[in-house]
Ligand binder design. Structure first.
Ligand SMILES: N[C@@H](CCC(=O)N[C@@H](CS)C(=O)NCC(=O)O)C(=O)O
Length: 234
């Protein structure tokens, strides 16, 4: 039976391989609110399918005749339109701080993780997306995937430095948002789920407090993130 809400969700060659960090934010926010959704496997080159959102990126959430995009805007929509469900932000100050965490994740963490895992992504993609992905991402990085792959150890060391504030925070509290996960966790964890689905690289060592938080997040929402199909099972 249809849930009424539809989420265009980035998929690989396999429909069930869902690896977008931004789409995971939205899936976790919907799970947090207890709002069911039908996800639609979408590929980078299927711009026509989401043209009604007025842009070409996912997540795109369709609610009735509304075509919502931008993971942060979708989170605010869910918070404001499902006020009787568990809050994503807690309060106005919480919303403002979650926005900062969201932007840190998008603007600092995503590029740092991309530098490590991007060369592995083409193998997971639908054949029709491969050329587009390589061309656009190599242009963004200013070097080939082969050059990026050769820099992986350096990229992992840089990522470890980038993760310092997350590490020290999670050394003293269970979740980014405090005692229980909320949108600040979704915004950051989406990036770890991206890496987990697509890559066999361990982003953090087992003893790192971030690794324990990743495990807690994988168990959250009845284990929705842990149940995600992966390229490799480690
Ligand atoms: N700021 C946007 C970023 C969305 C985004 O970059 N989505 C990627 C998938 S993770 C995408 O659809 N890219 C399409 C493309 O590169 O053509 C958000 O948070 O929703």
């Amino acid at each position: 039976m249809s849930t009424g809400l539809r989420l265009f969700d980035l998929a690989g060659g396999d429909d069930d391989l869902r690896f977008s960090p931004n789409c995971w934010r939205t899936r976790l926010a919907l799970a947090h609110k207890g709002v069911p959704v039908d996800t639609i496997a979408w590929r980078f080159t299927e711009k026509d399918a989401i043209a009604r959102s007025g842009q070409g990126k996912v997540p795109v959430l369709v609610v009735g005749d509304k075509w919502l995009h931008e993971s942060w805007a979708i989170a605010e929509y869910l918070e404001d339109n499902y006020p009787d469900r568990p809050s994503l932000f807690g309060c106005l100050q919480g919303r403002a701080v979650a926005r900062f965490v969201n932007q840190w994740s998008s603007e600092v963490l995503h590029p740092a993780i991309a530098r490590v895992i991007v060369p592995e992504i083409p193998a997971a993609l639908h054949e029709k997306d491969r050329e587009y992905f390589r061309r656009t991402r190599e242009a963004a990085f200013g070097r080939s995937f082969e050059a990026l792959a050769a820099e992986r150890d350096e990229a992992l060391a840089a990522l470890s430095r980038t993760l310092a504030p997350l590490r020290s925070t999670l050394a003293t509290q269970l979740f980014v948002a405090g005692a229980a996960p909320a949108y600040a966790d979704h915004a950051v964890f989406g990036a770890f789920q991206w890496a987990r689905v697509i890559s066999s690289v361990a982003l953090t060592p087992a003893a790192d407090p971030i690794s324990a938080w990743v495990e807690r997040m994988l168990d959250a929402y009845d284990g929705l993130p842990r149940s995600a199909k992966r390229m490799t099972t480690v």
